[in-house]
Design a protein around this ligand. Structure first.
Ligand SMILES: [Zn+2]
Length: 378
C-alpha cells in the first residue's frame, strides 16, 4: 500500500506542477485580457473623439503593459499623419513621462514629440527638445534642428550648436548647412570674416567660396575674386554657369584674359558644355574658327547637348554667309526651346527652377540645387 503511495508521489508532484503552471497561465491570460480590454476601450474613446477618457485608458494600460511603447508610437504617428497633432503630442508627452522607457525609446519619443511641435508650429517647444537631444549626442536631432534654424533664420544658434558639438556633424549635408549658416550670418552682419570660418570646415562647401568671390567682385577687387572663384571652379566645375561670366570679366579687367583661356583649357575634361562653349569663344577671338567648329563637333558626337548644338549653329552661321539666315532661324527655335527648360535642379528632390537657391524651397536641403545637366543642361 505504502509502495503504491510512493508510486503516486510523482503523479501528485506532476499534478501540482501542472496546476501551478495553469494558475500562472491563467494569471497571464487574465492580464492579457485586461490589457486588450483597456487598449480597446482607450482606442474606441480616441476614435470617438472622447480624448480625455481615451487617454486615461491608455495611461492605465501603460501602467500594466510597459512593453506596449511600440503601439503608442504607432498610434501617435497615425494621428500625426491625419493632422491630429494635439493627440500625437499628448501621446508622445505621455510616453516621455513613463519611467519604464529605456534611453533609446525616450530619445525616439522626444524626437517624435519635437516633430509634432514643428508640424503644429510650436517651434520653441520643438527647439527645447531638439537641443536636449543634440546635447545628449543624438545625431538624429541634427536634421530637424538645422531645418528649424533655417526656417527661423537663427544662424547664430546653428553656428553655436555646431561649434559646441562639431563631432556629431559627420554627414556632408549637415556641414554644408552650417557653412551656409556662416554665409548667411556674414551677409547679415556684412562681415566676410565669418564667411572665412566656413572655408575651414571639414567639408568643402560651394557657397563660402562663391560669396567671398562675389563680395570681392562687387568691391572691384578682381585679384581676390579670381582667387576664390578659381578655387571654386577647379573643385566644383559643374557650378561654373553661376559665375563664369563674372570670372571672365575679372580676368579681362586685369588684362589677364590669356590666363582665363589657360584655365578653360585645364577644365575641358571635367567641365560641361558651357566650359566647351567658352573654350570655342576663346578660339574664335583668337581667329581659330575652323578649330572651334571641329572641337565642338567632335565633342557633341561624344556628349550631345542642345546648348552645344545652338552654339555650333552660331559658329556655322559665321562661316557660311550664304545660309546664315536659315541657320539663324534654326538657332532661334533651338534657343526658345532652351528657354523653356529649367536652368537649375535639386539633386535631392528634383525641384527645378530658373534661379539658383542655396536652400531648396521644396526639400529644404542646402546646396542641393545645381545647374542642370544632361542633354538640355550645362
Ligand atoms: Zn530639393
Amino acid at each position: 500500500m505504502i509502495e503504491l503511495l510512493f508510486l503516486l508521489l510523482p503523479v501528485a508532484a506532476g499534478y501540482g506542477w501542472i496546476m501551478g503552471k495553469n494558475s500562472a497561465k491563467n494569471q497571464a491570460h487574465q492580464l492579457n485580457r485586461q490589457i486588450t480590454s483597456e487598449y480597446s476601450k482607450g482606442l474606441k474613446f480616441l476614435l470617438d473623439r472622447e480624448e480625455d477618457q481615451g487617454l486615461e485608458h491608455l495611461i492605465n494600460l501603460l501602467e500594466v503593459a510597459a512593453d506596449s511603447v511600440e503601439h503608442y508610437s504607432t498610434l501617435a504617428t497615425m494621428f500625426r499623419r491625419r493632422g491630429e497633432l494635439d493627440r500625437a503630442i499628448k501621446i508622445h508627452e505621455l510616453l516621455l513621462k513613463h519611467p519604464s522607457l529605456d534611453e533609446q525609446q525616450a530619445a525616439t519619443s522626444r524626437l517624435e514629440l519635437a516633430e509634432d511641435y514643428i508640424m503644429a508650429g510650436l517651434l520653441d517647444g520643438a527647439e527645447e527638445h531638439l537641443v536636449w537631444l543634440v546635447k545628449a549626442g543624438y545625431k538624429e536631432a541634427l536634421e530637424p534642428i538645422i531645418n528649424l534654424y533655417s526656417q527661423t533664420r537663427e544662424w547664430e544658434k546653428g553656428i553655436n550648436m555646431y561649434e559646441a558639438h562639431n563631432e556629431l556633424f559627420t554627414k556632408p549635408q549637415h556641414v554644408k548647412a552650417i557653412a551656409n549658416f556662416y554665409c548667411e550670418a556674414a551677409l547679415q552682419d556684412n562681415d566676410t570674416q565669418i564667411m572665412r570660418k566656413a572655408i575651414s570646415l571639414n567639408y568643402k562647401a560651394i557657397r563660402p567660396l562663391y560669396e567671398l568671390g562675389h563680395s570681392a567682385f562687387t568691391k572691384e577687387d578682381y585679384v581676390k575674386a579670381i582667387y576664390y572663384w578659381r578655387e571654386l571652379i577647379s573643385q566644383f566645375t559643374f557650378f561654373a554657369p553661376v559665375f563664369i561670366e563674372e570670372l571672365a570679366l575679372s580676368y579681362q579687367k586685369l588684362n589677364l584674359t590669356h590666363q582665363f583661356y589657360e584655365l578653360l583649357n585645364e577644365l575641358l575634361d571635367k567641365g560641361g558644355v558651357l566650359i566647351k562653349i567658352k573654350h570655342c569663344q576663346a578660339l574664335l577671338e583668337q581667329g581659330h574658327i575652323e578649330q572651334a567648329i571641329k572641337f565642338l563637333t567632335d565633342s557633341l558626337k561624344r556628349h550631345p547637348t542642345i546648348r552645344g548644338f545652338s552654339f555650333l549653329l552660331q559658329l556655322l552661321a559665321k562661316q557660311n554667309n550664304d545660309i546664315k539666315d536659315v541657320l539663324d532661324q534654326i538657332d532661334k527655335l533651338v534657343t526658345s526651346y532652351i528657354a523653356t527648360k529649367p536652368d537649375f535642379q535639386c539633386q535631392h528632390c528634383g525641384f527645378t527652377s530658373h534661379t539658383i537657391y542655396w536652400v531648396c524651397p521644396s526639400c529644404k536641403h542646402w546646396e542641393t540645387i545645381v545647374p542642370s545637366r544632361g542633354i538640355d543642361g550645362f
